[in-house]
Design a protein around this ligand. Structure first.
Ligand SMILES: Nc1ncnc2c1ncn2[C@@H]1O[C@H](COP(=O)(O)OP(=O)(O)O)[C@@H](O)[C@H]1O
Ligand SMILES: [Mg+2]
Length: 493
């Protein structure tokens, strides 16, 4: 592949939200030569300021997962920033918002799911209950905390269904046929290639496959045909990275239960995603990661505590004579189409680029049923937003979540508060030669406290760019005062 070493790289920004677990951080983009910006959404009326900050920082690509409660706001933000590429795109993240959205996505692309019924009209829901057969599953479609199975109920009769909805007031009423299943499989993909997969089995006599209820997980022998379904779904979503939960029914059928770009993943998987994205953005300057199919069967033999700390795993390319590739060479796989060597199978799952689109597939005017048709219920709107606790990664439930809880890089869910009061910040500012009280006020008018602290930490030059009167000399002095202050603070901790 031709390399374009002189070509200018796009400017990358990390998209974070207060109270939300961070899926990526800069360390996942190891080797990216340019500064990576950070933009933090603070909820509550922060839309305009957020847009201004992205423009000011001249960001070309904003990377990050949007939690359900901010999804509609970010569709608006993305519209206001047509030059900025969101990764994953808002269309790709459509399924992150709600179970209803997953269902609509699956309906559009003919993706097998348990038969699903969605009602915004209470009367229609009651009529459905009166006429349908049981057991059924009832789920809460939308909510900031989707803990595995907590809002998923099995109802065995009309009366139970009626009582449950009367009590829980789920809106919309979301029903599924109950699918007897032996297990489900979580598959993670990068560039439409499966990079990790594991079984989750329910405890004896239970129907929920969530391992937090005492079920088990293992990495062995995930069928090729199940991986094929995951690839199909990832392609339909045009997803740079993706996870699906696929139910394996007692009838032998595969059905999608959940899919999203937000999921719990070991740090080395997030490194791979970073590498993949650097490859995508750099026009071949960075190498495409080589991630052998079924690598998880080998890595999965390690203890979770080891997997949690491993970083930057790389594999050699397969060559028949190359010892390092032994695990690709040594096994044969049984599939419905016959036997394959692992390296043959590996070739059937190339890492692919996603398609850059400029049109909106899931425009809110049409697809935001919740706000368009759900007017009778409480609207979860930007202004009422800030969630009390950290918003969970959408399908980050059970063991996976437990495993990741101790992962340093993503547990950055502390509430972002400024370190200083306005008064103290003004004192620092005015201690710089040439910054008067009036000028310090001007600075704090342009930047919020939090913004200013972040700017001083990461991109102090912004002050010179943004304020015509701000001299380089002032910056030097201010930066040194700020660094001293931070150093003292760290010593105190
Ligand atoms: N239609 C269904 N039939 C049978 N079991 C289901 C069905 N839908 C979900 N489940 C079980 O409930 C679990 C949780 O459902 P899921 O849709 O994944 O919601 P959550 O967001 O709570 O993880 C699944 O892992 C599966 O074990
Ligand atoms: Mg689930």
């Amino acid at each position: 592949m031709a390399t374009n070493n002189n070509e200018k790289l796009p400017k990358i920004g990390m998209l974070y939200l207060d109270h939300v677990l961070r899926f990526f951080d800069k360390s996942n983009f190891r080797g990216w030569p340019d500064k990576i910006e950070t933009v933090i959404y603070h909820w509550k009326n922060d839309k305009e300021r957020f847009i201004r900050e992205v423009k000011r920082k001249k960001i070309d690509i904003l990377i990050g997962n949007i939690p359900a409660t901010a999804y509609e706001t970010f569709r608006e933000i993305a519209r206001a920033l047509p030059e900025v590429e969101f990764i994953p795109s808002m269309d790709t993240q459509f399924s992150n918002k709600s179970k209803e959205n997953v269902t609509r996505f699956a309906w559009k692309y003919d993706i097998p799911i348990p038969k699903t019924y969605v009602f915004y009209d209470k009367k229609k829901a009651e009529k459905f209950i009166a006429e349908t057969e049981f057991p059924k599953i009832i789920k809460k479609s939308y909510g900031p905390s989707n803990y595995g199975g907590y809002f998923v109920h099995k109802v065995d009769s009309k009366q139970e269904a009626h009582n449950l909805l009367a009590q829980k007031k789920y809106h919309p009423a979301y029903f599924q046929d109950f699918v007897p299943m032996s297990a489900d499989v979580r598959v993670m993909l990068i560039g439409h290639k499966p990079v990790c997969a594991f079984w989750r089995r329910p405890p004896e006599g239970e129907w929920l496959t969530n391992t937090s209820q005492g079920g088990s997980m293992d990495y062995m022998d995930v069928p090729k045909e199940l991986l094929d379904l995951a690839v199909q779904v990832s392609k339909a979503a045009n997803a740079e990275y993706w996870a699906c939960d696929i139910a394996v029914g007692e009838d032998g059928q595969y059905r999608i239960l959940e899919c999203a770009t937000a999921f719990a993943a070991f740090p080395y998987i997030r490194d791979w995603i970073g590498q993949y994205l650097m490859w995508k953005f750099s026009n071949g300057r960075f190498a495409k990661p080589n991630i052998p199919l079924y690598n998880w069967e080998e890595l999965g033999k390690m203890d979770a505590s080891v997997l949690r700390t491993l970083r930057y795993i790389t594999f050699g390319k397969y060559t028949p004579s190359y010892d390092g590739a032994y695990f690709l060479d040594k096994k044969v796989r049984q599939t419905e189409e016959g036997q394959f060597y692992l390296h043959e199978l590996d070739k059937m799952y190339p890492i692919l680029t996603t398609i850059d689109r400029t049109t909106e597939e899931w425009a809110s005017e049409k697809w935001n049923f919740q706000d368009n048709y759900g007017k009778s219920i409480r609207k979860v709107h930007v202004k009422s937003n800030p969630p009390k606790e950290a918003v969970q990664e959408v399908i980050a439930e059970d063991k996976t979540e437990e495993m990741l809880e101790q992962t340093e890089t993503i547990t950055n869910n502390k509430k972002q508060k400024p370190l200083l009061s306005k008064k103290k910040m003004r004192k620092i500012l005015t201690s710089v030669e040439g910054i008067s009280k009036k000028k310090s006020k001007k600075i704090l008018k342009k930047f919020s406290l939090l913004d200013l602290e972040e700017t001083l930490d990461n991109s102090p030059k912004t002050l010179v760019d943004e304020l015509p009167w701000f001299k380089k000399k002032m910056l030097k002095q201010l930066k040194s005062i700020w660094d001293d202050f931070k150093e003292k603070l760290e010593k105190k901790d």
